[in-house]
Ligand binder design. Structure first.
Ligand code: HEC
Length: 487
């Protein structure tokens, strides 16, 4: 026994020398395997603490979100275990039979990450091996308090996936990468960022971010007293007046991609769920306490949720191509609408509750007659997927955003194209409009939030936060970061 420790140490030292040499040979064509070292570790490897951060930093930018190389989605534990086009890539308990280990250790091709890009260190590889050999255990329930924001590659940090106009039309909130920025809705000037003070960079510096991952959804309650943002496995209730976090809700299966409030601001609903698993629809009281769930409502991710104007029903839609309507609060299926040939990305109600409109990844907008339970019309005005849809207050108008870079206003009663909002140069993900239709906001892949005059269609401002790329807001606010106007 006494001999073992020095021997292990010696092996460890030799390996790090070898590894340095391996790094120097980076440019050469056939990259050598990453040396195997032994870890002197007694406590079990914990997925979310030890393994997920490695995947997040070195794998997920090619294996999650919009980019799923090899059909291998690593954004969740379930996805990691499920595998990709080759089937399962991890055999629990057997790293030697797990192709994920073969690829990431560079023992077999294709090496992961490919080429000379940021490989796993011998320590990371040893942790990964140990985790697999210990049975590739799932994440345990507990979350660490201080969270580390990993350095996402810039390309993934920028997209604006969610925008919201405050009900009093004073503020535009925009989710850009993992940050939330507030702009003055009259001038388009930057006001401040909403920040989770617990989020830190690996070096311990404040991350000035709202979430660890991308902000996927953002909505103001109609009474203006709550702003909710949704991200990977969490939603945050913000106090819009102070910018403080009122509550964090954990426990979502995957990304929270849709949020909607009831008109009386008494409850809200979230939509999401992991790809190819049951969609997730959760309803909460306005303070964030869980109220009920629509279980197994959709057989795949839910992309859109919206309460009916009277609050007695809930419309949902998702990757299973269905639009469905549920009773509130007993979650009984009332109607189901089938007709889209691809994912249904969003859904909305006309103010009289008689018609629904839905946005499809099949490039089509469909209008549904609620009482008859059938399709009233299809609007073919986009050439790429229709990503979001929002009705303009109590009017028969609604606006759609699309991957074809177009933002368009339609009349639900006759399918007519009322107005277009131009200027976008890339894929659009997000749209929001004030209830009177005077302000329209869009966001997309460019990372620019465009503020429009809703009546003329003219651009008021292209909004980007100052000091683009750097954490622009320090905890002790800079002079130009004005306080929020009091309500
Ligand atoms: C720069 C992009 C990129 C990065 C970073 C990356 N991969 Fe990949 N990955 C790919 C591509 C491309 C493929 C498809 C290659 C093929 O099938 O030949 C792939 C395929 C895979 C597969 C095979 C999936 C299947 O079922 O066929 C595994 C396993 C994998 N990657 C694991 C990882 C791990 C683990 C990491 C991080 C340590 C990682 N990858 C980082 C691009 C990347």
């Amino acid at each position: 026994m006494t001999m073992r420790i020095p021997v292990l140490l010696l092996v460890g030292c030799l390996c790090s020398v070898e590894w340095v040499q391996a790094q120097e040979k980076k440019s050469s064509k056939d990259l050598p395997p990453i040396p195997e070292i032994k870890l002197d570790r007694k406590e079990p490897v914990v997925y979310q603490k030890d393994i997920e951060p490695i995947f997040a930093e070195k794998c997920m930018y090619c294996h999650s979100g919009n980019v799923i190389e090899g059909k291998y989605d690593m954004s969740t534990y379930a996805g990691v275990m499920k595998g990709g086009k080759r089937g399962a890539v991890i055999i629990a308990g057997k790293s030697s039979e797990s192709i994920l280990y073969h690829f990431s250790s560079r023992q077999k091709k294709p090496i992961m990450p490919p080429k000379s890009e940021d490989p796993l260190t011998p320590e990371e590889l040893a942790l990964l091996k140990l985790w697999i050999d210990q049975g590739a255990k799932p994440p345990t329930g507990v979350r660490e308090k201080a969270k580390i924001v990993l350095n996402f590659p810039p390309a993934l940090v920028k997209p604006v996936r969610a925008v919201a106009v405050s009900p009093d039309k004073s503020i535009v909130a925009t989710g850009r990468g993992n940050q939330i920025h507030l702009f003055d809705a009259k001038t388009g000037n930057f006001l401040k960022s909403l920040v989770d003070p617990n989020l830190k960079h690996p070096d311990g510096k404040p991350a000035a971010a709202a979430h660890m991952s991308l902000v996927e959804s953002l909505e103001y309650a109609p009474d203006g007293k709550t702003l909710i943002s949704g991200s990977f496995q969490e939603a945050i209730l913000w106090d819009p007046a102070t910018g403080a976090i009122r509550k964090r809700i954990d426990g979502f299966a995957d990304r929270v991609v849709a949020i909607a409030f009831s008109d009386d601001s008494q409850r809200f609903v979230t939509g999401g769920g992991a790809p190819t698993e049951d969609g997730e629809i959760k309803i909460f009281k306005i303070d964030g306490t869980p109220e009920f769930e629509v279980k197994s409502g959709h057989s795949d991710t839910v992309f859109g949720v919206r309460f009916s104007p009277d609050g007695k029903m809930l419309a949902t839609c998702g990757a299973d191509k269905f639009v469905k309507v549920w009773s509130v609060p007993d979650a009984k299926l009332i109607k189901s609408f089938e007709g889209h040939t691809h994912h249904v990305m969003d859904v909305g109600w006309k103010a009289d509750g008689k018609f629904l409109a839905s946005a499809g990844a099949d490039n089509a907008i469909k209008v549904w007659d609620f009482e008859k339970g059938e399709q009233a019309r299809t609007i073919n005005g986009h050439s790429k997927q229709v990503t979001r849809l929002m009705f303009v207050g109590k009017t028969p108008m609604f606006i759609t955003a699309s991957g074809d870079q177009q933002l368009k206003m339609w009349n639900v009663d006759n399918g007519g194209n009322v107005r277009n909002f131009g200027g976008s140069k890339d894929y659009l993900y997000a749209v929001s409009v004030s209830t009177d239709g005077s302000l329209v906001v869009s966001g997309g892949e460019e990372g620019i939030t465009r503020l429009y005059n809703g009546t003329s269609g003219a651009i008021i401002k292209e909004m980007v936060p100052p000091a683009d790329g750097k954490p622009e807001v320090k905890p002790d606010a800079k002079p130009e970061a004005k306080p929020m106007p009091k309500k």
